[in-house]
Design a protein around this ligand. Structure first.
Ligand code: GTP
Length: 362
């Protein structure tokens, strides 16, 4: 890849020292990209690279979900990167540009604005949604810059795809166990320390907090899956897992993290306003599985254990709580949902001796 772009650069009639400088920068950027194992850091790296190679005042990546809603914006401006994963606001110029690019399958658009130019590029498109790069340029990009930008974007795209593949469970297409630790730590770090903290933020921003500030960790396990494997064979069991993953995808929001945690075990980290809403969402999911016509067998069900995922508890401890609640569901008839907090209030379980602190998942 680097060789291709160096060739492109050298084939242009520009001074060699300048070209050496540009290609050194390019190599640095490639090295930087490929050192990341996290999509957000990869995005930071792309924004930094674009910012240093182009004469731009601002550069950002906007991500949409499959419904076309804006779910995140990562912005690089004045040497600072900011991430917004809640209430992303996009102005009408950009909205219309995205719409027209979608309608005509155009991958790139350049708009004239009062302050310069707006370069919009489709970065990535898959069944989950789209990612656009938006560059606020002071001047129109010259030929060399355009070549370099297209090089950087294809490196980003290739690496993004590789990263996606390494983080995805091959059979079900859900996030795999390997990614669970870092993804869950990120959510954990973003949690408010307490409800006073939420109140404080409300005062500071003069805005109500995002309505879904609470999270629950739900552990889902197929009932009597061994019997299915024994009766129909492993390949058939695999097909059940694929169908179940599809039900998971359609039952929860894309923003709710969904993992294949182990063989027939899945974890969903879902956001809800309160425990009643959480119970309702999970109940709808449990019922969908029970009602679903799996090929050959109709009576596939799941048991679920849930624990609130909050700042005051180690995330490892929350997983253990959800696991205890799952065990209770299994021991008490299966095809049911149990909340750890309910068991706790009935005195059927105890909290861990040490709940808080710093600990790493293995
Ligand atoms: N087909 C298939 N089976 C798997 C996979 N991973 C794990 N399993 C099977 O899942 C089954 C899990 O069995 P158990 O842990 O005994 O639990 P169970 O039969 O589901 O019973 P309960 O959980 O108590 O309801 C085992 O037979 C594993 O071989 C997989 O990727 N494909």
């Amino acid at each position: 890849m680097a060789a291709r772009f160096c060739y492109l650069i050298y084939s242009l009639p520009i001074k060699k020292t300048f070209l050496m400088y540009q290609s050194n920068i390019l190599v640095d950027h490639i090295a930087n990209f490929t050192s990341h194992r996290d999509k957000e850091l990869l995005a930071f790296s792309l924004l930094k690279s674009v910012n240093s190679m182009m004469d731009c005042s601002k550069v950002k990546i906007i991500t949409t979900n499959k419904k076309g809603e804006f779910i995140s914006a990562i912005t690089f401006e004045n040497s600072t990167c900011t991430v917004n994963n809640a209430s992303v606001e996009v102005d009408d110029i950009l909205k219309n540009a995205f719409k027209s690019m979608n309608a005509s399958s155009i991958k790139e658009q350049l708009l004239k604005t009062p302050k310069g130019y707006l370069l919009i590029l489709l970065l990535h498109h898959d069944r989950k949604g789209e990612q656009f790069l938006v560059v606020n340029l002071k001047e129109q990009a010259d030929k060399v810059q355009s070549y370099i930008l297209s090089g950087i974007l294809s490196i980003y795209n290739n690496f993004f795809t590789l990263l996606n593949e390494s983080q995805t469970d091959e059979l079900t297409g859900l996030a795999n166990r390997k990614t669970f630790d870092s993804a869950i730590s990120k959510v954990f770090d973003s949690l408010p320390a307490s409800f006073e903290d939420i109140d404080e933020r409300r005062q500071l921003t003069d805005k109500p907090p995002h309505p879904t500030t609470r999270f629950w960790l739900a552990m889902v396990d197929i009932d009597h899956f061994k019997l299915v494997n024994d009766r129909f064979g492993h390949l058939y069991g695999d097909e059940i897992l694929i169908h179940l993953a599809q039900i998971i995808r359609s039952s929860f929001r894309q923003e709710d993290l969904q993992f294949r945690f182990g063989g027939e075990e899945f974890i969903i980290l879902l956001a809800a306003e309160n425990d009643e809403d959480c119970a309702e969402i999970l109940e709808r999911f449990r019922q969908s599985v029970a009602d679903y016509s799996f090929p050959s067998v109709d009576d596939i069900t799941v048991s679920i254990g849930v624990a609130e995922f909050k700042r005051g508890t180690f995330h490892v401890t929350s997983i253990d709580y959800a696991d205890q609640a799952l065990y209770y569901s299994k021991e008490n008839g299966r095809n049911k949902i149990t909340f750890f907090e309910e068991l706790l209030s009935r005195g059927e379980v105890k909290t861990a001796a040490i709940e808080e602190g710093e600990i790493d998942l293995f």
